[in-house]
Design a protein around this ligand. Structure first.
Ligand code: SAH
Ligand code: MG
Length: 212
C-alpha cells in the first residue's frame, strides 16, 4: 500500500460500493488473490470513463474480467471493449463472468501475449488501460501510442509498484529490473511532447496520459 493506511481505509469506507456482479467479483478476487484494481482506482476509472464516454476501450490484462465489466458501465452506447490476456485459467473465468453479465457483445476477450496481439491490432481506441506485466510497459508503449486516438487517454496501473518505484529503500532485489523499467516508462511518458501525463498515488499508483 503506497498511501497511509488510515487514508485508504477512510476512502474505501466513504466511496460508493459496487453491487451485483462487480461486488461478487471483488469477493472472488479477494479470496483467490487475483490482483484486480483497488476500489479507489475503480472509482477513479469510473469517473474518468463517464467524463470521456469512450466508444472503444482497449485493456491489456483481463484477469477475471472485473475492470472490463466496470468499463462497460461507462461506454458510449454501442461501444466495445477489447481486452487481452494470456493466462488460460483467468481467460476461462473472464469468459464465464462476461457471459454472466450478459456482455458477450460488448466485451471482446482476446487470448494471447499482449505484445504480439497489440502489434496485430489496427483500429484506434479512445481509452487504453494498461494493467499487465509491469516490466513490459516500455515495450507496450509504442503500440499503445499507435493505437490511441488523439484526444484519448492512456491509463497505466501499478506504476509506483508498492512504492518501490519512488525510492530505492523499498526495492527488493528480485524486483530491481521491473522497478528500473517502470521508472524508465514513467520518465518516457512524462517527457514525450505528444503526451500530457499525471502520476497519481492512488491504489498502487496510476498514470493518466492524454494524447494531444
Ligand atoms: N485489469 C484486471 C486485472 C489484471 S491482472 C482488473 O483490474 O480486473 C494482470 C493480468 O495481466 C493477469 O491476468 C496476467 O495474466 C495478464 N498479463 C500479464 N502480462 C501479460 C502479457 N504480456 N500478455 C497478456 N496478458 C498478460
Ligand atoms: Mg492493476
Amino acid at each position: 500500500m503506497i498511501c497511509y493506511e488510515y487514508i485508504n481505509n477512510y476512502i474505501r469506507k466513504t466511496i460508493k460500493k459496487n453491487d451485483g456482479i462487480l461486488a461478487e467479483l471483488e469477493d472472488f478476487a479477494k479470496e483467490n488473490h487475483v490482483p484486480i484494481v483497488h476500489p479507489e482506482v475503480a472509482s477513479l476509472l469510473r469517473v474518468i470513463g463517464l467524463s470521456l464516454r469512450p466508444s472503444r476501450i482497449l485493456e491489456v490484462g483481463t484477469a477475471i474480467g472485473y475492470s472490463a465489466i466496470l468499463f462497460s458501465t461507462v461506454l458510449e452506447p454501442g461501444g466495445r471493449i477489447d481486452t487481452i490476456d494470456r493466462y488460460e485459467l483467468m481467460l476461462q473465468r473472464a469468459r464465464t463472468n462476461v457471459k454472466k453479465a450478459g456482455l458477450q457483445d460488448v466485451i471482446n476477450i482476446i487470448e494471447g501475449d499482449a505484445l504480439e496481439v497489440l502489434k496485430c491490432l489496427e483500429h484506434k481506441y479512445d481509452m487504453i488501460f494498461l494493467d499487465a506485466a509491469k516490466g513490459q510497459y516500455p515495450e507496450f508503449l509504442p503500440e499503445c501510442l499507435r493505437l490511441l486516438k488523439s484526444g484519448g487517454l492512456l491509463i497505466s496501473d501499478n506504476i509506483l509498484y508498492k512504492g518501490m518505484v519512488a525510492t530505492d529503500e523499498l526495492v527488493v532485489r528480485r524486483k530491481k529490473t521491473i522497478v528500473k523499467r517502470l521508472r524508465s516508462y514513467l520518465e518516457t511518458i512524462c517527457s514525450m511532447d505528444e503526451l500530457e501525463t499525471s502520476i497519481l498515488p492512488v491504489g498502487d499508483g496510476v498514470a493518466i496520459s492524454y494524447k494531444k
